[in-house]
Ligand binder design. Structure first.
Ligand code: C2E
Ligand code: CA
Ligand code: CA
Ligand code: CA
Length: 284
């Protein structure tokens, strides 16, 4: 923006840099799709707040760019959605998650559930290609001989709302084959209480902005409390996201929130580090 009203807004060097990087990433994302080992998953534990044990984890994608290093998903997922690579990336994520479920099973005798993030565009772009994410997931589960109970899907409230009919139909099919579905970033979108119970979901993930403000703001505490109570009344599980402090944990325990996820317990870690956490519970 211009510093004062007399200046006109010019295309600044900084803006040129942003556009240039975006253009580069766009190009590199296309070629990275032929070298899928540039992508890997990190896993963040989900904690049962009563027992303080790991009851599941979320898979978070990382792009190791050969020159720019680690690119955060906030930067490349929107690009991949716009340019269509999200279809293949989405399948890659599930493939890698299932491989890790198998590895957990073989190393520990029993896996924990992994939640993968799914974008509304995945459903839409796949339908345009006469494909179905549900069919692909089913195929991969069979191929890896993995029970659907170990896989979960997270979809953001915003993605659900902007592709409503198709997403609801696809999520119902996922539920139908035994896959749990979580509504992600709950509270940041526009979903209304009235249809929450009609959505094919099993879990609410309360957005971290609610958790963040709750421990020192009474009205925010009340809001958090009512979301937890509402979820319980609707037979949904609740995960509080972004728990960073002991104060957050104490509050969530007081409000009887069943599950939590956040830096307080663990940042997202590599598959090997995740196995370590599961082998040595005291490490958490
Ligand atoms: P999300 O699904 O809400 O994932 C949680 C994000 O919050 C992760 O960021 C995680 O590292 C971060 N986080 C976890 N605990 C804390 C905490 O205590 N404090 C703070 N400040 N942050 C915390 P990340 O890994 O950068 O992912 C960002 C977003 O990118 C995700 O948000 C998700 O929407 C998207 N994403 C990541 N992987 C995938 C994927 O495989 N497919 C799709 N479609 N989207 C993905
Ligand atoms: Ca998520
Ligand atoms: Ca989230
Ligand atoms: Ca906080």
């Amino acid at each position: 923006l211009p510093k004062n009203s007399n200046e006109i807004c010019q295309f600044s060097p900084a803006m040129a840099e942003v556009a240039f990087r975006r253009h580069q990433l766009e190009r590199d994302l296309r070629s990275a799709m032929t070298q899928p080992d540039q992508f890997h998953l990190m896993y963040q534990p989900k904690i049962d707040l009563v027992t303080e044990t790991i009851i599941g984890c979320e898979a978070l994608m990382r792009w190791q760019h050969p020159i720019h290093g680690l690119i955060p998903p906030m930067e490349f997922i929107p690009l991949a959605e716009e340019k269509g690579q999200i279809v293949d990336l989405g399948l890659l994520v599930i493939e890698q998650a299932l491989t890790f479920i198998r590895r957990m099973n073989d190393t520990l005798g029993r896996p924990i559930p992994i939640a993968v993030n799914v974008s509304g565009y995945q459903f839409e772009l796949m339908r345009a290609k006469k494909m179905s994410l549900v069919t692909e997931i089913q195929r991969m589960l069979t191929e890896h001989a993995i029970d659907p109970e170990w896989l979960e899907v997270e979809i953001t409230e915003t993605a659900l709302m902007s592709h409503f009919d198709l997403v609801v139909e696809q999520l119902s099919q996922l539920r139908g084959i035994g896959i749990k579905v979580a509504l992600d970033d709950f509270g940041t979108g526009y979903s209304s209480f009235s249809y929450l119970q009609k959505l094919p979901i099993s879990t609410l993930k309360i957005d971290r902005s609610f958790v963040d403000k709750a421990s020192d703001d009474r009205r925010q505490t009340a809001l958090l409390h009512s979301i937890i109570t509402l979820a319980e009344a609707l037979d949904l599980t609740t995960v509080a996201e972004g728990v960073e402090t002991l104060a957050d944990i104490d509050l969530l325990k007081n409000l009887r929130c069943p599950l939590a996820q956040g830096y307080y317990y663990s940042r997202p870690v590599s598959d090997t580090a995740m196995l370590d956490l599961l082998k040595t519970p005291g490490k958490l």
